[in-house]
Design a protein around this ligand. Structure first.
Ligand SMILES: Cc1ncc(COP(=O)(O)O)c(C=O)c1O
Length: 326
């Protein structure tokens, strides 16, 4: 078993503090998608919960550890889903939650953060600017900074998805994982390598936001000057070295996909699975669409990891995608 920062016993224990609403999510074969994709496809559905993404698996651990020490304050930078999850986990435990986000972040995500009573500070610039501002607030106020993917709880929370996949009675060959900062991929990847090492772990990122994928291939941190993708949940530019080290130990490959494929993936999930998803959640389907030969004859699990999307954007995107089945 590769020595990542994660610990399988701690991941198992984490299930005890995560609200059951986020655990044991559906995992099912979706035959209706298969003619269009040319392989067996199962969906691990992480959108049918109070925050419509997997991120609360991690924030539940963070918030419960903080709440053990009385009412505490915590700040994070977020493209929206981590912030919404921290707001949800913090509110029910009486924590004072501040979320820093880009002014250009998805409005539907920002609205939910506000609705969950968190303080929301918007910055000019992108997610990397928000990360710097959150760190500055934490230093100024002497409060806990939650850094997605660097904080081990964000990885180990996401890793509980891996436990559920490893427990599945249906055998599968490959798991496709959206790659942003890396909490989801290192978490699920760690558990797969520990408990189901024959399963192939493949990360997927947009071509327009490729920093972590380039870093994985070059085995060193590679940054980019810009991140241009509709997949806002994975649009980072500065990979975190410790997270890259873990990803190098647990990922078998990292793929880049085009924006048109992401949109086609969203459309397929809509048409054949009845799912409205945000772009990051369609990365796995996009990877199959771009690599049919590679996945043919295989049984692939794709983690449908979020559904927080501006509905007008969603309609506009999927209107441009082909409706036919292949
Ligand atoms: C919907 C969605 N998918 C994928 C990711 C990427 O996860 P990670 O940053 O853990 O790599 C995120 C991150 O916030 C997300 O919100």
């Amino acid at each position: 078993m590769p020595q990542t920062r994660l610990d399988t016993a701690r991941i198992r224990a984490a299930r005890q503090v995560i609200d059951p609403a986020f655990l044991d999510t559906p995992l099912y074969r979706c035959e209706a998608l298969e003619p269009a994709l040319g392989c067996a496809v199962s969906i691990k559905l992480e959108t049918a919960n109070p925050v419509r993404s997997f991120k609360a698996r991690g924030t539940e651990i963070v918030a419960s550890l903080l709440a053990d020490h009385g009412p505490q304050a915590v700040v994070c930078a977020s493209a929206g889903n981590l912030g919404q999850a921290l707001a949800w986990s913090g509110r029910r435990r009486g924590l004072d939650v501040t979320v820093v986000a880009s002014r250009h972040a998805t409005a539907a995500k920002l609205d939910r953060i506000r609705a969950l009573d968190a303080r929301l500070e918007l910055v000019d610039g992108d997610h990397e600017t928000a990360r710097k501002r959150a760190a500055a607030i934490a230093r100024r106020d002497g409060i806990r900074l939650l850094e997605d993917s660097l904080d081990i709880q964000t990885c180990e929370g996401a890793a509980t998805i891996g436990l559920e996949l490893a427990d599945s009675t249906t055998p599968f060959d490959t798991v496709l994982i959206a790659l942003g900062g890396g909490a989801l991929a290192t978490g699920v990847g760690h558990v797969m390598k520990d408990l189901a090492p024959e399963t192939e772990v493949i990360c997927v990122q947009p071509l327009g936001a490729p920093a972590m994928t380039h870093s994985w291939h070059q085995r060193r941190v590679v940054t980019t000057d810009s991140a241009r993708t509709i997949a806002d949940g994975v649009a980072g530019r500065y990979p975190i070295p410790a997270v890259l080290d873990d990803l190098l130990l647990v990922a078998d490959d990292a793929l880049l996909v085009q924006e048109t494929s992401i949109i086609a993936g969203m459309r397929k999930l809509h048409d054949h699975a009845g799912l409205i998803v945000e772009p990051s959640a369609a990365l796995g389907i996009a990877a199959i669409l771009e690599n049919r030969d590679r996945f043919a004859e295989r049984h692939v699990v794709t983690i449908v990891c979020g559904s927080n999307v501006n509905i007008d954007d969603y309609h506009r995107w999927i209107a441009t995608a082909p409706t036919h089945t292949s």
